[in-house]
Design a protein around this ligand. Sequence first.
Ligand SMILES: [Zn+2]
Length: 370
Amino acid sequence: MRGTGRRTGYALPAGGRDPCSSGHGASRPRGVGQAVPPPAHGAGASTPRAVDRVLRRLPRALPVILLLVLMAFAAVLAAGRGWWAQIAGPGDPRPLVVASTTILADLATQVGGPRVRVHSLLAPGQDPHSYEPVPRDALAVHRAHLVLLNGYGLDLWAERLLDARPDRRALPRVVRVAEAVDADPLPWPGDPGRADPHLWMDPVRVMGYVDVIRDALIGIDPAGAAFYRRQADRYRAELAELDRWIARQVAAVPPERRLLVTTHDAYRYFGRRYGLRVVDTVWGISTEEEPSAADLARLMGNLRRYGVPAFVESTINPKLMEELAAQAGVPIGGRLYADSVGPPGSGAETYLGMMRHNVRVITAALRSGR
Ligand SMILES: [Zn+2]
């Protein structure tokens, strides 16, 4: 039901065909895209003759087979070098910062600027609650000078990557950014012993993220201290402007309609900051636990009772929410970004962009009563 954007490994190039399937009398390999005749199953095709033909052709076909195998191998190596070059930047002396989520990666980019290389383990659209690391993630963490995690249980899979490093003496600096922010985390509903990890949904708390990231960057690159401080100050000012803008947008929504029904429970910090009440969600704080029949019945009741639009999210399959909203007779207000920034070109590919997108979608849907 979730993780619609899970990253897949690189694939072997398509189009490689078996040169042994070349037609009658062919003395060289068939070109890609050329039609392959069906095998002769008629009475005239005796098996010994067919075997003999294959055997006679084999010495000529072998070099072609070997060439195709080598080409496939080279393509895999080139693809591997491509992403590895992106992560490791051979010959690039700048420190490598590896972030667990796309949001942390954007914040590190905003503060670090051109002095650092930033790599996000998650790609846009991937769900950090249910992500399963791939081998390249272990390599990235192995190569990192600084690893930025959110903490509060969001990215335990990245913690496990760090635990699995063979060389315990060469661990990178690891910062659990949300846990390092003195921000009084909200508890899980019904479970006061666990903290809600979605602190980044409140731009004022993100100012704390920026301070933590700035200090972590100074820790690995002290010569850049003045630069990182300037960058952090500039970005903090943008966050302050975002905060004021969001407050103005929400103020235009009638108070009785400042209600949120979202796909998973990621908007409590946002709601607390701007006076929006999270009425209900399909999934809880984490998407790892499937909702029960009782949860869905309660949600259906709330959709009917409040009659406000429901919102889907970029990291979670929207189908269940769409079906529930249709049954309850309420519209889908739009698609939000909570646990990931948007893909390049979406306008939500940065933290500032994703928050502006969310607020535009939310306030337009709540104001219009769609
Ligand atoms: Zn989440």
